[in-house]
Design a protein around this ligand. Structure first.
Ligand SMILES: Nc1ncnc2c1ncn2[C@@H]1O[C@H](COP(=O)(O)OP(=O)(O)OP(=O)(O)O)[C@@H](O)[C@H]1O
Ligand SMILES: [Mg+2]
Length: 359
């Protein structure tokens, strides 16, 4: 096991820059998720750590060892890809033991380690089968087993669950997390699924266009996103953004162009926050309540979507769209009109131009 330190990692493909100087210190035993939209550089960064992609600048360290000039197979890292090609002509046991065989580990020891990993992953009854005789989830477990059996210093996962159906994905993510808690091996996990990142990781790195937008614990990112991009990316259903101007001539609030007044719990703390500035008022769907009292915001129901655990309601508030989520059962239907009020203490305020957080 070891820490992974990235310092000013730069990557160009030809003259196209893809990573712009990534700094990241992953602690020994930590589970870090890299998330971001398609093309932001997640796989490139992971492949750079693995040594599969040469970097254009910066330094990668595993513990104190500089990896820049170390060949991939000597880095002692195990990578699991989305398309984990198992060897079709080999049994599960042979698939699991193959890398050890290549290393020249003796037969008895291979058998012992394969048994051990099969126990951990619940593959023991399947050791004699071939990959074609396995379900998708079982194949995925074999792919992980091949990584675990090597006892690497760190695991690198690139969207390992995206080929599985939704239910199996949820089950496997719990398994991977439990496995991490048990083995305590440093893990870097790439996903574009922010729910996966939120539920599995100790810390999340949000990337956009080859730059780090924010690094933090899942709830830190959820509760205090640094900018509108992170606010919109983390959380499902996504945060609502209402456009308006900051009003500081009285109790602090945001005034929308159609004259609605949105409450703020205090004066925005950012030095740049000034009266009249164009801002985005961010609220999570669960931070709205139905409120018929005078002064509440007039809203019209567009669509009602019950999920069972909660009811999501798409509304029009003034000229803007809001998605609200209610835990309690609400007897609402399309076309209904009601009063709505956001929780001021949970409101996020961003500069409309830069997206930077203001409160
Ligand atoms: N071999 C390559 N040659 C040129 N450009 C590449 C190469 N590989 C990736 N890129 C570009 O680098 C950028 C980052 O790609 P990368 O695969 O790291 O994205 P990603 O975040 O993993 O996206 P996804 O979620 O779609 O897998 C993209 O713009 C991509 O087109
Ligand atoms: Mg990728």
């Amino acid at each position: 096991m070891a820490s992974i330190t990235l310092q000013q990692i730069v990557k160009h493909y030809g003259d196209q820059p893809v990573l712009h100087g990534i700094d990241l210190a992953i602690r020994d035993g930590e589970f870090v998720a890299l998330v971001g939209p398609s093309g932001c550089g997640k796989s490139t960064l992971l492949r750079a750590i693995a040594g599969l992609e040469p970097i254009s600048g910066g330094e990668i360290r595993l513990g104190t060892r500089v990896l820049n000039d170390v060949a991939p197979r000597e880095r002692n890292l195990a990578m699991v890809f989305q398309n984990y090609a198992l060897y079709p002509h080999m049994t599960v046991a042979q698939n699991l033991g193959f890398s050890l065989k290549l290393q020249g580990v003796d037969k008895a020891q291979i058998a012992r380690r394969v048994q051990e990993v099969a126990q951990v992953l619940g593959l023991a009854p399947l050791l004699g089968r071939h990959p074609r005789q396995l379900s998708g989830g079982q194949r995925q477990r074999v792919a992980m087993g091949r990584a675990i059996v090597r006892r690497p210093e760190a695991f690198l996962f690139d969207e390992p669950l995206s080929n599985l159906d939704a239910k199996l994905r949820v089950q496997m993510r719990t398994e991977i997390k439990a496995l991490h808690q048990r083995l305590g091996t440093t893990t870097v996990y790439v996903t574009h699924d922010q729910v996966e990142a939120m539920t599995m990781a100790d810390r999340i790195v949000v990337l956009k266009d080859g730059r780090v937008e924010q690094i933090g614990a899942p709830l830190e990112l959820y509760d205090r996103p640094r900018n509108a991009f992170v606010a919109g990316f983390i959380g499902s259903p996504a945060m609502n953004f209402l456009a308006g101007r900051l009003a500081l001539d009285g109790p602090p609030r945001v005034r929308t162009d159609d004259g609605l007044s949105l409450p703020l719990a205090g004066i925005p703390t950012a030095p740049g926050a000034v009266h009249g500035q164009r801002v985005l008022y961010g609220t999570r769907p669960e931070h709205w309540r139905i409120d018929g009292t005078q002064g509440s915001l007039p809203a019209e129901v567009i669509v009602v979507e019950p999920t069972g655990a909660e009811t999501q309601v798409a509304l029009r508030v003034g000229g803007q769209d809001v998605l609200a989520a209610f835990r309690e059962r609400v007897g609402l239907a399309s076309g209904d009109r009601l009063g709505l009020w956001p929780d001021a203490a949970q409101a996020h305020l961003f500069d409309a131009a830069s997206g930077a957080r203001l409160n």
